[in-house]
Design a protein around this ligand. Structure first.
Ligand SMILES: Nc1ncnc2c1ncn2[C@@H]1O[C@H](COP(=O)(O)OP(=O)(O)O)[C@@H](O)[C@H]1O
Ligand SMILES: O=P(O)(O)OC[C@H]1O[C@](O)(COP(=O)(O)O)[C@@H](O)[C@@H]1O
Length: 303
């Protein structure tokens, strides 16, 4: 079974403003609302690929209720801990450029954290636990490590899609799968990654440290897959980007979902990349038919 953890879910408020100007009244041309947060996006995409998962994490208030309602309507299983706070609203402003404002998240009291750990404690050997996105500032700094520690004790496989210091903490738990983008990878190694050779160099160190499957995504510039046997590069399909929010999460879902179904790593890599691009070319997250249509455009070569 696949479980996703979103410690800091969000309602994503996507607004299109033509010629956005700071410091004045702007009016939207279009606005949409989606359930968001990285683990939640992974669960929603897995569901569209007919792969069941359970979404875990913390929700609160009318925004949290909205997320749970939409997920359940779509058929995603949920087992959130409900708090008295209010799930954040993240602003995704589309104008000449894409601007994001992500909230810091709500206060989560310690008894709610205990309730969350009780849920993690029910996972079984060989379950996949996807840890994705930021944690609300109120949570202890080592919370992700504690989740990873418990997962390791129970023989649960870790999938990691986080950035900043949680990434450097979780990499030491030999994740089954990790998907940093090249900026996150650069941050981890405290250097700028400007080309494939540099990304491969850093990626290989992660494989040596015990990461089993690694995808380094580089938006429209392609993606790399690394394991103990080698390095592969995929081209990404060309198209018009409508909303790249959730593209990375879609790659994660496409990869782990296909790997769970077929045990074929290259099929998983191809499907993951096509899922990321299908999301970038859609308003919301990708649909299965859009992903399948892009598969022939993903060319994979061994480096
Ligand atoms: N402009 C784009 N054109 C085509 N595919 C894209 C584009 N941006 C993102 N993608 C797809 O989404 C995947 C993840 O995007 P990326 O921006 O690297 O990750 P993240 O969303 O985690 O920052 C890419 O590997 C690619 O498949
Ligand atoms: O937890 P964070 O890092 O604040 O990110 C949350 C945001 O990330 C998203 O999950 C999208 O992630 P990506 O665009 O990186 O795939 C949004 O739905 C959400 O608003």
């Amino acid at each position: 079974m696949i479980y996703t953890v979103t410690l800091n879910p969000s309602v994503d408020y996507v607004v299109q403003v033509d010629d956005f100007q700071l410091g004045t009244l702007n009016r939207t041309r279009r606005n949409e609302v989606y359930p968001g947060g990285k683990g939640i996006n992974v669960s929603r995409v897995l569901n569209r690929l007919s792969i069941p998962s359970t979404a875990l994490g913390f929700i609160g208030g009318f925004t949290g209720q909205y997320i749970e309602t939409i997920l359940q309507k779509e058929g995603v299983r949920t087992d959130f801990v409900t708090t008295d706070g209010l799930t954040r609203i993240n602003i995704k402003l589309k104008s000449e450029k894409e601007t994001e404002i992500n909230g810091e998240g709500m206060e989560i009291p310690s008894e709610k954290v205990d309730a969350f750990f009780q849920k993690i404690d029910k996972l079984q050997r060989d379950d996949l636990l996807v840890i994705a996105g930021s944690a609300p500032r109120s949570l202890p700094k080592d919370l992700y490590e504690k989740v990873a520690e418990l997962a390791r004790k129970k023989g649960v496989k870790l999938v990691v899609d986080v950035s900043g210091s949680p990434l450097s903490q979780l990499v030491t738990y030999s994740p089954f799968f990790m998907k940093p983008n090249h900026h996150e990878l650069g941050e981890l190694f405290q250097r700028e990654i400007t080309n494939v050779a540099e990304a491969v160099h850093c990626g290989q160190q992660l494989i040596e440290q015990g990461v089993e499957h690694l995808v380094i995504s580089m938006a429209e510039q392609g993606a790399l897959y690394l394991n103990r046997e080698g390095v592969w590069k995929a081209t990404v399909p060309k198209g018009t980007v409508k909303n790249s929010v959730g593209a990375g999460d879609s790659l994660v879902a496409g990869f782990i979902g296909t790997l769970a179904k077929t045990n074929d790593v290259m099929a998983a890599f191809r499907f993951g990349v096509a899922s990321g691009s299908a999301t970038a070319f859609s308003e919301d997250l990708c649909k299965r038919e859009d992903v399948e249509a892009l598969l022939p455009e993903v060319q994979i070569a061994k480096l």
